[in-house]
Write a protein that binds this ligand. Structure first.
Ligand SMILES: *Cc1c(COP(=O)(O)O)cnc(C)c1O
Length: 390
């Protein structure tokens, strides 16, 4: 039963490993507070669930769905972009449904990479970019995201030779794990770079609706020329508290969307139509959930920032996302700090280096825990450590 080389090199998914550690601590009787995985704890809105229940009773939906997604779902995605940002998309050619955006992010590499081809990824970054590339036989090339550059990659630092060989570039703003944002001038440089080197841009934007104090993140597709060079991955997961439902999409360049749809049609058979119906309701129905989520995450962000400040940190307050990305205190690595905190307090933090080398020296706090437990977590830190030095 010797595994293929491509999977021998594959570690268990990041959070699968962290889950193991949590299970160990729980088995020892520790009251664990996980500030680890970015999985909204808030429920899916009622009107979306009602729609699912109704659609699940319709036998039409019990058969194989369409491979590329129901046209009505793709139309809803197009309409959602139009309402949000006045972006025009052809639902037939420029949108494809995905079984969560993670699925499409992994599969896009198979569409464009031959063995040895390079794809550019943000470091730190969502682990699936690099894994998809490697499984497809490609070679990920890390673009460091540094605090002094606002966690944006420095495109002019990418060696000419690498840029010429690169076929794909993954970007993600508002960013997981750093909470950083990107503006139009950055995206314009990305478009120019992609044109110059013939690179397909894969922008991953699941946090576009989780922004604070009036800040409205740009969709990559709003940037002039974006559709010539790439696509945007998006999903119901974070915006509508629907991570468990597994439905997302890619939108943008018609050729890229067609290629992604073609590979998918040969591997999966789409998404349960009742879920697509519910997602349509989510995209086009009452949008109150977006404002409610923003309010809740902002309140949690306040608790975390205030708590960390009392513990000696100076942390920047992210304008978007459900994360805070502080530096580890003096004398620690990401791993040693997170381990010590778990051992002493039962609080789970995600070590920054698990998102890539450039994440070393940081850790991630996810705001997907209620205010009471968040306060408790910070209290435990204070009780055990008092103040940290930096
Ligand atoms: C949560 C997340 C996703 C995945 O979302 P799904 O649609 O649930 O697969 C993709 N990219 C980033 C950066 C995320 O944080």
């Amino acid at each position: 039963m010797e595994e293929a080389r491509r999977i021998q090199a594959l570690p268990p998914y990041l959070f699968a490993r962290i889950d193991e550690k949590i299970a160990e601590a729980k088995a020892k009787g520790v009251d664990v507070i996980s500030l680890g995985i970015g999985d909204p704890d808030l429920p899916t809105p009622e009107h979306i669930i009602d729609k699912l229940v109704k659609a699940a009773r319709n036998p039409v939906n019990h058969r194989y769905p369409s491979y590329v997604g129901m046209l009505e779902f793709r139309q809803a995605v197009a309409e959602w972009y139009k309402r949000r940002s006045n972006i025009m998309l052809d639902p037939k050619k420029e949108v494809v449904s995905l079984i969560g955006s993670k699925e499409g992010i992994a599969h896009i590499a198979f569409c464009y990479l031959n063995p040895g081809d390079i794809a550019l990824i943000p470091d730190p970054g969502y682990p699936v970019y690099g894994v998809g590339i490697s499984l497809a036989g490609g070679v990920p090339y890390a673009m460091p995201l540094k605090e002094e550059n606002g966690f944006l990659p420095e495109l002019d630092r990418i060696p000419e030779e690498i840029a010429h060989k690169a076929k794909l570039m993954f970007l993600n703003y508002p960013n997981n794990p750093t909470g950083a944002i990107a503006d139009e001038s950055f995206y314009s440089k990305v478009v120019a770079f992609a044109k110059k080197y013939d690179i397909i841009v894969c922008h991953d934007g699941p946090y576009s609706e989780i922004a604070f104090k009036g800040y409205k993140p740009l969709s990559f597709l709003e940037v002039p020329g974006a559709k010539d060079v790439g696509i945007e991955f998006h999903s119901m997961s974070k915006t509508y508290n629907m991570t468990g439902w597994r439905i997302g999409w890619a939108a943008g360049n018609a050729r890229v969307i067609e290629a992604l749809g073609r590979i998918k049609s040969n591997i999966d058979t789409g998404i349960f139509q009742a879920i697509q119906e519910a997602a349509i309701e989510g995209l086009l129905g009452n949008q109150d959930i977006i404002g409610e989520n923003r309010k809740i995450y902002l309140e949690r962000q306040d608790i975390v920032i205030e708590g960390l400040t009392e513990l000696g940190w100076t942390v920047e307050r992210p304008k978007a996302t459900i994360y805070v990305w502080p530096k580890v205190p003096k004398g620690f690595t990401s791993a040693s700090f997170c381990e010590l905190v778990l051992d002493k307090t039962g609080v789970v933090l995600t070590p920054g280096n698990s998102y890539g080398e450039s994440g070393e020296g940081y850790f991630r706090i996810s705001l997907t825990t209620n205010t009471e437990r968040l306060r408790e977590a910070l209290q435990r830190l204070q009780d055990n450590f008092g103040k940290f030095e930096f």
